[in-house]
Ligand binder design. Structure first.
Ligand SMILES: [Zn+2]
Length: 402
């Protein structure tokens, strides 16, 4: 009995040719078996964390994570098939070799489709290392899904990323709706210049929320795709912060051209620096979570300088100053609370395995980001309304008055 028969209990037919004295590079059944390995063997980087405390999960783990196919396997199989075909040419059995090749490809496609439609969530410890991000979330992780279609279909399944995906997908749709309403106002109601200024904020918010949605959807595709979209996710945060500064500085320093240009230039430089830092592979490592929160919080909090300048200019106790700063401070508080949840991974840190699907820190962070963005939208709308009621500046570009 061959090794395949021992495992499957069914006789295995050698589809290529009868055993002969000639050199046979690889057995077909051997290939099939190799193709059906789980991730543990397929991924040389796989490490088994030592969390064995959760006994109830064993059954699910065994049912959930082993996969019939991996991207690495595809390459392996292709290389093996090439060898088989070469052997076929040498042994005048090219037709059977080609037949076997086609049959194997069809079987591979079939297995892939069946598996894509039937994958199961799995335990953190059964994930390949590149998907291990938050060890306080125990169950309901997506396994690697090396197909964009399978990743996008996974947004309708329940797993650790479902809440993250939908919070920012719905936030993105809401901001697209608001921006369409805003930007399609007739020009006598809203001049083109205001639309461009608000457009910078809408653009930053929509890109940030869309990249975040895309990252959480595609993070399980493969190492490369996950890494690319995590970088885009961080770039999106930098763009949201930059876009939030534009209308605030524009209306806050409406009649003070020089400080406005200086602050906007500084924001551009800081934004570009944040994007450059985000592009480093190391920046997305799980243990650098507090650093990431720190980089974006410092960028956002750099707004304290123009805010103090603005208050000194307008007067600390003037109505407009208080109203504007009130919204700005509320926005800052929401972002900071959200970033703290993100960096500290609370509440799942206190109750590991209890917030796997809902209520985990990243979802709370997402909700705070959306709330802060809407608060900011309201704040800059108030500033724009104030500008409309006050009218244009007396002197178009007065000299600097720090
Ligand atoms: Zn996120």
């Amino acid at each position: 009995m061959s090794s395949a028969e021992e495992i499957t209990g069914a006789p295995v037919v050698n589809l290529i040719h009868e055993p002969s004295e000639k050199q046979v590079p690889l057995d077909f059944e051997d290939m099939i078996l190799r193709k059906r390995r789980g991730w543990e063997n397929a991924n040389p980087e796989f490490e088994m964390p030592e969390d064995e405390s959760d006994d109830e999960l064993v059954e699910e783990d065994e049912a959930g994570c082993p996969l019939p196919s991996t991207p690495e396997d595809t390459q392996l199989i292709e290389a093996e098939m090439t060898e088989v075909l070469k052997a076929g040419v040498l042994s005048d059995e090219i037709d059977l070799g080609a037949l076997a090749h086609n049959a194997a490809e069809q079987a591979e496609e079939f297995v892939r489709k069946v598996w894509e439609a039937s994958w199961k969530v799995c335990h953190y410890r059964n994930l390949p290392k590149w998907l291990q991000d938050n060890d306080f979330l125990h169950r309901y992780h997506r396994p690697p899904l090396p197909s964009f279609g399978a990743c996008f279909r996974s947004i309708f399944r329940m797993h650790t990323e479902t809440g993250n995906i939908w919070t920012h997908l719905l936030g993105c749709i809401a901001f697209i709706g608001v921006s369409i309403y805003f930007l399609t106002r007739p020009s006598f109601e809203l001049p083109a210049q205001e639309k461009i200024i608000f457009g910078a904020f809408f653009g930053g918010a929509i890109i940030c929320l869309f990249f975040s949605f895309a990252f959480h959807t595609l993070s399980c595709h493969s190492v490369e795709v996950g890494r690319l979209f995590s970088k885009l996710d961080y770039c999106g945060i930098a763009l949201l912060i930059m876009g939030s500064f534009v209308p605030w500085l524009y209306y806050g320093f409406y009649c003070h051209y020089q400080p406005k240009v200086i602050y906007l230039s500084v924001v551009c430089v800081l934004g570009c620096l944040s994007i450059i830092v985000s592009l480093f592979d190391k920046f997305s490592e799980p243990n650098l979570r507090p650093l990431r929160a720190g980089v974006f919080m410092s960028f956002g909090l750099s707004g304290i300088v123009p805010a103090i300048h603005y208050s000194l200019m307008e007067g600390w106790f003037s109505q407009i100053s208080q109203a504007t700063l009130g919204w700005l401070i509320l926005m800052g508080i929401l972002y900071i609370i959200g970033a703290m949840f993100y960096a500290l991974r609370v509440p799942e840190r206190w109750f590991p395995g209890k917030f796997d699907l809902w209520g985990q820190s990243h979802q709370i962070f997402h909700v705070f980001v959306i709330a802060a963005a809407f608060v900011h939208y309201h704040g800059i709308s108030e500033m724009a309304m104030y500008r409309v009621t006050v009218g244009e500046c007396e002197v178009p570009h007065p000299p600097i008055d720090f």
